[in-house]
Design a protein around this ligand. Structure first.
Ligand code: XUL
Ligand code: CO
Length: 437
């Protein structure tokens, strides 16, 4: 590594809950065993290249505020290399195992597809050499199919085939790069795959195109030896008025109806869940029900703002509820926890990138410990089981087994009379969670 961008900061280490050092982990002890796996294995934490290395804080009301020193070189390849040096310094100092990227986070898109491809391969070679020595890995790669003006009417769902083909070319190159870097998964987030108005949109045709496109990408990657998972990342809106990957439920239905459910799983993002008026816990549970809980984009929204604020996660209660679902469903399938989160526009010190990640990592670690304690040391699971005890034997069991008809329900109800009232005991469950937090 040539230049150090975070010179005053050393390797962030686990120092335990009592430490006074803000640049230390209090709960994330990577080798600590919890529920049969190390914390490192549970989470597979990843730094998101786009927010932490590329995003200087511009918003619709003003330009970027962060003078990232790795973005100052005038040559795009040199700038990309500097950015990558900074990325690996950040990731290794945080002691995190992975990163995630869009194609044009790594290096800026060029005027032509051929030149963009050349640039991407050049920076991938540079990454590969460093990854061999620093041990950092790619959790997932993706293609940015939403930023360039050509995608203003969609990428895979664009009404113009020329644009669909261009998107396909971009995905092919992004898959090549992801595979070259040993990426474990590949993500599709459909930022512009949706509509602004149905008046100009053939929705069924666009959905068919999306499924065809995803199938082609999957076939290409499989033919080239890719063994990882493909993830769809649901989001209801923003930038489109309505996005086709609205929420987990919509995506499960889409994947099943187009026969893509064997290869594709879901990447749940916290702030996307809340934009869809769901909780994070709800989205995780829906994905888990379909055996499709693949990965997480970790962040949080703001209860007063109606947009994707992408803040670093810090809500222990919400994260504990999430970790309960993740532990109960057997963990993330293939994926990990990617910090798709940005420091605030006025968090302008380079050190803020460290505080943000440390806070997010520790919040997840603490939530894991809390959820594990709830599952192993409390009556939580027993209470939940007992709530459904009437299906464990007798006629309830026959119902679950499909051995009863509607007429049988009629006879049983007539015989039993009015059912006894049974409390849902929500407050008791809520108190239990707070007791363990
Ligand atoms: C946008 C978003 C994306 C995806 C990858 O809201 O979450 O950054 O994670 O394209
Ligand atoms: Co995301």
């Amino acid at each position: 590594m040539s230049t150090s961008y975070f010179q005053s900061i050393g390797r962030i280490r686990f120092e335990g809950p009592e430490t006074d050092n803000p640049l230390a982990y209090r709960f994330y002890d990577e080798n600590r065993l919890v529920a049969g796996k190390t914390m490192r294995e549970h989470f597979k934490f990843a730094v998101a290249y786009w927010h932490s290395l590329c995003n200087t804080g511009g918003d619709p009301f003003g330009p970027g505020t962060k003078a990232f020193p790795w973005l100052s070189a005038s040559d795009p390849i040199q700038r990309a290399k500097d950015k990558m040096d900074a990325a690996f310094e950040l990731i290794t100092k945080l002691g995190l195992p992975y990163f995630c990227f869009h194609d044009f986070d790594l290096v800026e898109e060029a005027e032509s597809l051929a030149e963009s491809e050349r640039r991407l391969h050049a920076i991938a070679d540079y990454a590969k050499a460093q990854m061999a020595s620093n041990g950092v890995k790619v959790l997932w790669g993706t293609a940015n199919l939403f930023g360039h003006p050509r995608y203003m009417n969609g990428a895979a769902t664009n009404p113009d085939f020329a644009v669909v083909a261009h998107a396909g070319a971009q995905v092919k190159i992004a898959l090549d790069i992801t595979m070259e870097l040993g990426g474990e998964n590949y993500v599709f987030w459909g930022g512009r795959e949706g509509y602004q108005t149905l008046l100009n949109t053939q929705m069924k045709r666009e959905l068919d195109h999306l499924a065809r496109f995803l199938g082609m990408a999957k076939d290409y990657a499989r033919q080239n030896g890719f063994k990882g998972h493909f993830f769809i990342e649901p989001k209801p809106m923003e930038p489109s008025k309505h996005q086709y990957d609205f929420d987990a439920s919509t995506v499960v239905g889409f994947l099943q109806s187009y026969g893509l459910d064997q290869d594709f799983k879901i990447n749940i993002e916290v702030n996307h869940a809340t934009l869809a008026l769901h909780t994070f816990q709800h989205e995780l549970q829906v994905a888990a029900n379909a055996q499709m809980l693949g990965s997480i984009d970790a962040n949080r929204g703001d209860y007063q703002n109606g947009w994707d604020t992408d803040q670093f996660p810090n809500n222990l209660l919400e994260l504990t509820e999430a970790m309960l679902v993740i532990l109960e469903s057997g963990g993330l399938q293939g994926g990990g926890v990617n910090f798709d989160a940005k420091t605030r526009r006025n968090s302008t010190d380079l050190e803020d990138l460290f505080h943000a990640h440390i806070g997010g990592v520790d919040a997840f670690a603490r939530a894991l410990l809390t959820a594990d304690a709830i599952l192993t040391k409390s009556s939580y699971s027993t209470w939940k089981q007992e709530r459904y005890a009437s299906f464990n034997e007798g006629e309830g069991l026959l119902f679950e087994q499909g051995a009863l008809q509607l007429g049988d329900l009629f006879n049983i109800a007539k015989r039993n009379g009015e059912p006894e009232q049974r409390s849902g005991r929500q407050e008791m469950y809520e108190n239990l969670l707070n007791r363990f937090l």
